[in-house]
Design a protein around this ligand. Structure first.
Ligand SMILES: [Zn+2]
Length: 296
């Protein structure tokens, strides 16, 4: 089943079950849930835009907001050199406000103080010590990023399979398999590229840009198995990709996926240090959200 996006107004579901945990909703447990949360993107970016608004149970709604809080702050943050990809004033002010107010779940400090210093000391040669450091922008834990991805995808899948008469949508059967997340500076890494090549011809179920470009989603169906690929992009910065569906199919799909490229920065008989080598993606090679139409 495919759905058309309305373009400039919200999709409103009057659903009877929580799309995240399946609980039967009643007036006591139901809350209004914006799947692209208002404060997940810079202020005003959802005005006059589509969004998916449905009902969810209070517990799931609270859990999702808790994930959105520091993940949005970190995904709006400039890179390690203080550069913003998109100099939108609403992004700059939202990023500054969140840097003050959001606490990184990883460091326990406000996002603006959560730059992580990485100091590497090595014995370069007998009697010679070498040390170098670098500063990374606020880091997110992959588990939290994947959990929020799973919730957003569940909501969109619920909508794709929604039966208005029964007031219920469905869930995928099988596994949820996130592959990798990457900041903009690393969208061209080998794993993202092989993922893109493998799924670009699958049947698009939804390929959409929302919140004035600050949110993107792609769900594609495998032409010959009960399996879907998915991709998300948050705040022009963070991309996450993966699959859901039959575990066996996903396993076959990813068995030849390479490990992420690591660069060796120190290699001597006593010490070997590798760091993730970032690789940017040129726009002409970007097929992740192709074709760029609305709903499909
Ligand atoms: Zn729930």
């Amino acid at each position: 089943m495919t759905r058309e996006l309305p373009g400039n107004r919200p999709i409103l579901l009057k659903n009877d079950t929580c799309p995240y945990c399946g609980l039967m909703l009643d007036e006591g447990t139901a809350t209004k849930e914006h799947v692209i949360a208002r404060n997940f993107v810079p202020r005003g970016k959802l005005d006059g835009q589509w969004n998916l608004i449905l009902r969810a149970c209070r517990a799931c709604n609270i859990r999702k907001s808790e994930l959105e809080d520091d993940i949005s702050a970190a995904s709006m943050h400039p890179d390690a050199w203080g550069r913003f990809h998109n100099p939108d004033p609403m992004l700059l002010s939202a990023a500054a406000r969140k840097a003050e107010n959001c606490i990184s779940r990883r460091t326990g400090k406000p996002i603006k103080e959560s730059f992580e210093k990485i100091q590497i000391d090595v014995d370069f040669a007998p009697g010679v010590k070498m040390s170098f450091g670098c500063t990374a922008p606020p880091q997110l834990s992959s588990e939290r990023v994947f959990e929020l991805s799973r919730l957003q995808l569940m909501a969109f899948f619920y909508w794709l399979t929604y039966n208005a008469a029964r007031k219920q949508g469905g869930w995928w059967l099988g596994e949820f398999v996130p592959i990798v997340e990457a900041p903009r500076s690393d969208w061209g890494n080998n794993l993202h590229r092989i993922f893109m090549d493998r799924v670009v011809d699958w049947h698009p179920r939804i390929i959409a840009t929302g919140a004035d470009g600050f949110f993107r989603i792609a769900i594609r169906r495998n032409p010959s198995a009960v399996c879907w690929s998915w991709a998300l992009e948050w705040n022009h910065n963070l991309r996450i990709v993966g699959f859901f569906g039959e575990g066996e199919t996903v396993e076959k799909l990813i068995q030849d996926f390479p490990a992420i490229h690591m660069a060796t920065v120190v290699d001597n008989p006593n010490e070997r240090i590798t760091v993730r080598e970032e690789k940017a993606l040129e726009e002409k090679d970007d097929k992740l959200f192709w074709p760029k139409s609305g709903g499909a």
